[in-house]
Design a protein around this ligand. Structure first.
Ligand code: NAD
Ligand code: MG
Length: 411
């Protein structure tokens, strides 16, 4: 594939059959207790002979982590919060499963030989372990979009250097991968990601000002972790995904768009230069894209509900209202600005979402905080080239500091 549709070998397309499974695949799940982690392990439990679980990790829920490690006979379980190590050890006592804790242990677990790593830690906290997984030169199934947003080029360079395969787990990007099959990059005109519009799709601006965390956490279609659910309500999730798509596929910023599609049935539309549009459809269940990322290029039976378009009746589409939902526009501007701007955006968004969930920030102030943090970064000359993971982590720290300052002083 000379001019492949994937950005310069970011995704090394396995030749069909190349990965036909003879032995169990060694699998590590980073973020095993989360929504994506549990969906992944649900699939694993249905075909236990296909997988050998190496490492499972979580941040603070030692009991759930231990249960998963025991159920899946993992070699090692690692908890991010070192204060939980004693609990983890006691839950694992007598099982022969190793226990570890802290950032270094997370990284070490991610570096243990595995054929596939599900990178499903939420947020920039996933950067170092996901990089460690990428350096193995095997397969990275990437759910942690923040990694591509903050570290895009640096992460892809690590993938290329090790010869790893990068498979998107995000449903829209899995959809794009499928809709681009066989395409020459010159034939691709536009990639359009769909967004459900979240729980506030039809709320007027005045009402949005008063939106509460418990209302924002009620996603109409998808069941996901808290951070991405809030990102879906602000549509910053779509902004992050536009940046993610830019890094995964060979399109410019101006060839990427988002459209509201409340039914969450069509996940992505690829427009071709001849007027054809190829889209991927599926039920809103992450086990479909997870199964594809784990088994690519093979398709496996999943237990997801089958799509019944007759019952659904109609599929509708609306433009993104950029006044009420600033996320996609802010993200596109940060992507166009380049350098550390997307890392600062991501970090500021993480801080703002946490403040909103903690009742310290209004709903509309999430996007405002991100926008102001980026403006402040520009004014202070903090938007710089990011050439290494350390540069990205420094930009992430800047973004957090700017957002905290913005929240304290301006909102
Ligand atoms: P979640 O909050 O349900 O789970 C996050 C996991 O990461 C948990 O296992 C948690 O223990 C762990 N974790 C949290 N903070 C950590 C830290 N500081 N250090 C180490 N581990 C930590 O999140 P999720 O919804 O499963 O999302 C995970 C990732 O997948 C996110 O990047 C999200 O954007 C992406 N994603 C999720 C979905 C979805 O449907 N849930 C869809 C597409 C992409
Ligand atoms: Mg998505």
């Amino acid at each position: 594939m000379s001019e492949s549709f994937t950005r310069a070998a970011a995704i090394k397309l396995a030749d069909n059959g190349a990965r036909a499974l003879s032995a169990p695949q060694r699998l590590t799940v980073l973020g095993a207790t989360g929504s994506i982690g549990l969906s992944t392990l649900d699939l694993v439990s249905r075909e236990p002979e296909r997988f050998k679980v190496v490492a499972l990790t979580a941040q603070s829920n030692a009991e759930n982590l231990a249960k998963l490690a025991i159920a899946h006979r993992a070699d090692i379980a690692v908890i991010g919060d070192e204060r939980c190590l004693d609990d983890l050890k006691s839950y694992l006592a007598g099982t022969g499963i190793e226990a570890g804790a802290g950032e270094a242990a997370l990284i070490e677990a991610a570096a243990r030989p595995a054929d596939c790593t599900m990178a499903a830690i939420v947020g920039a906290a996933g950067l170092k372990p996901t990089f460690a997984a990428a350096r193995q030169g095997r397969r990275v199934a990437l759910a942690n979009k923040e990694c591509l947003v903050s570290a895009g080029d640096v992460f892809l360079a690590a993938i290329r250097a090790s010869g790893a395969e990068l498979l998107p787990v995000d449903s829209e990007h899995s959809a794009a991968l499928q809709s681009l099959a066989g395409a020459e990059r010159v034939a691709v005109e536009r990639i359009v990601l769909t967004a459900s519009g979240g729980p506030f799709r039809s709320w007027p601006l005045e009402k949005l000002r008063e939106a509460r965390p418990e209302e924002a956490l009620k996603h109409p279609n998808w069941s996901m972790g808290a951070k991405i659910t809030i990102d879906s309500a602000t549509l910053m999730n779509k902004g992050l995904e536009l940046i993610e798509a830019y890094h995964l596929f060979p399109v410019g910023v101006d060839q990427l768009d988002a459209v509201i599609h409340p039914q969450s049935v069509v996940h992505c539309l690829v427009h071709y230069i001849d007027g054809s549009v190829i889209a991927q459809l599926g039920p809103p269940d992450m086990r479909t894209p997870i199964a594809l990322a784990l088994n690519w290029p093979e398709r496996r039976v999943t237990p997801t509900a089958r799509l019944d378009l007759v019952t659904i009746g109609s599929l509708t589409f609306e433009p993104v209202d950029e006044v009420r939902f600033r996320g996609p526009a802010i993200a596109k501007a940060a992507l166009a600005r380049g350098g550390s701007a997307p890392a600062i955006l991501n970090a500021a968004n993480e801080v703002a979402v946490a403040a909103f969930l903690g009742g310290r920030l209004g709903f509309l102030d999430i996007a405002r905080t991100v926008e102001r943090s980026l403006e402040a970064a520009e004014t202070r000359g903090l938007i710089r080239a990011t050439e290494s993971l350390d540069d990205v982590l420094a930009a992430d720290a800047d973004g957090r500091e700017l957002a905290r300052h913005t929240i304290e002083t301006q909102n």
